[in-house]
Design a protein around this ligand. Structure first.
Ligand SMILES: Cc1cc2nc3c(=O)[nH]c(=O)nc-3n(C[C@H](O)[C@H](O)[C@H](O)COP(=O)(O)OP(=O)(O)OC[C@H]3O[C@@H](n4cnc5c(N)ncnc54)[C@H](O)[C@@H]3O)c2cc1C
Length: 368
């Protein structure tokens, strides 16, 4: 018998949330290459829930996740993971078009000055998205890992998959320390390493592209910033949000192709972020307190991928979570769990068609 029914490669939000979903029904282990599970993208996010982000299909997953994030079951967490903030999508010209399900209202210049004191004159108006919230990412990720453990799941850190072969109805996996582990089903939840992990298993890659995003924490010479809305622009060139009373998190909205790696910010992206910020508000910048970068990984159509590979036996993809992996985690976990276990059992996702996210969508239709 194989060591496990399911072996999940990667302990970020994808692996942790899917693991928690299946662990009651399958003997499951997560193998994580690093010394702790949130080391890469999951530990570096900007931590917001923004329903309009990622287009209409992703918005369905975000919307279906909201109730659970806001009011999780008591067994999962005693506290909500969300804190209401609101978002202002600024424009110098046309207002942005957002998915139909997102509730917004137009904010004209006079109200804009009240909501964002110090906003520069060229920003004529904005769309206000009231539902935008901060997510307690560390709390959510930890709660999934805890639930996974309570349900009998095993986590092995510093356990990097080096290669795997499928034979005799199971995956035989070799780890970096040369030990081996076997499982009937292998889940690829390796984030930026999704394609290299697939290839190490002899499975054709899907074209999952890691892209670097930079965030800086600025100290500002004014107070009262913590509760201001998230601010971005209709052209997608920056976003920032109040973090402390006098600090903001700012991103230049960069999306730079990268190999999978321990991503670090580049000076040019920090400078670009600051330059763009100074064109939005007249707030004096006192210091760059922190800077970091992470990799957001996208499938060719920028939708996430959940499902069994159509050609490789018992190889399940849970990848391509782009910039929305945290805010979609509850619905994505339920969807991936139901596909992996072969049953539809969650009311919150009953209107979402799993075929949209299946890796089968990348298989070319036969020529006639
Ligand atoms: C700057 C930034 C801001 C973001 N802001 C938001 C936001 O506001 N809201 C939101 O919802 N999302 C946001 N995201 C996106 C979100 O962080 C990601 O979608 C999500 O964390 C991806 O999770 P993951 O589990 O797929 O990847 P990861 O967290 O990267 O986990 C993959 C894991 O696989 C492990 N691994 C890789 N190869 C192997 C191997 N061979 N063997 C074993 N383990 C392996 C890695 O070590 C890693 O821990 C942001 C991302 C960034 C970078």
């Amino acid at each position: 018998m194989a060591d496990y029914d399911v072996l999940i490669v990667g302990g970020g939000i994808a692996g942790a949330s899917l693991g928690a979903g299946i662990a009651t029904e399958r003997r499951t282990a997560i193998i994580e290459a690093e010394s702790h599970c949130g080391f890469h993208a999951t530990g570096r996010s900007a931590a917001f829930w923004l329903e309009s982000y990622g287009g209409p299909q992703v918005a369905l997953l975000s919307a279906a996740s909201r109730d659970f994030l806001n009011e999780p079951t008591a067994a999962f967490s005693e506290r909500s993971f969300l804190r209401m903030r609101g978002a202002l999508h600024l424009t110098r010209g046309e207002l942005p078009t957002l998915p139909d399900i997102v509730e917004t209202r137009v904010v004209e210049r006079i109200e804009l000055e009240r909501l964002l004191p110090g906003v520069r004159p060229e920003w004529r108006r904005a769309l206000f998205e009231a539902g935008c919230s901060d997510i307690d990412v560390a709390g959510l990720h930890a709660a999934y890992l805890k639930q996974f453990g309570r349900r009998g799941g095993t986590i092995r850190i510093e356990a990097r998959l080096e290669s795997a072969i499928y034979s005799g109805g199971e995956w035989k996996v070799r780890l970096k320390d040369r030990s081996t582990v076997s499982a009937q089903v292998l889940v690829n939840a390796a984030g930026a390493w999704a394609d290299p992990v697939a290839m190490a298993c002899g499975v054709a890659p899907l074209g999952i592209a890691p892209k670097r995003r930079t965030v800086v924490q600025l100290r500002i010479g004014r107070t009262g910033l913590r509760d201001l809305p998230l601010v971005d622009d209709s052209d997608g060139t920056f976003y920032f949000k109040g973090e402390g009373d006098r600090t903001v998190w700012l991103s230049p909205h960069d999306e730079i192709d990268s190999d999978p790696c321990d991503a670090a910010p580049e000076e040019i992206d920090v400078a670009t972020a600051i330059h763009r910020f100074e064109r939005v508000v007249d707030w004096p910048i006192e210091a760059v307190e922190r800077r970091w970068a992470g990799l957001r990984s996208f499938a060719p159509d920028r939708l996430p991928v959940y499902g069994f590979d159509p050609d490789a036996p018992s190889f399940f993809w849970c990848v391509g979570l782009g910039g929305f992996g945290i805010q979609t985690a509850p619905a994505a976990s339920r969807l991936a769990t139901s596909v992996l276990l072969g049953k539809r059992s969650y009311q919150s996702i009953e209107k979402i068609d799993p075929a949209i996210f299946s890796p089968a969508r990348f298989v070319a239709a036969p020529a006639h």
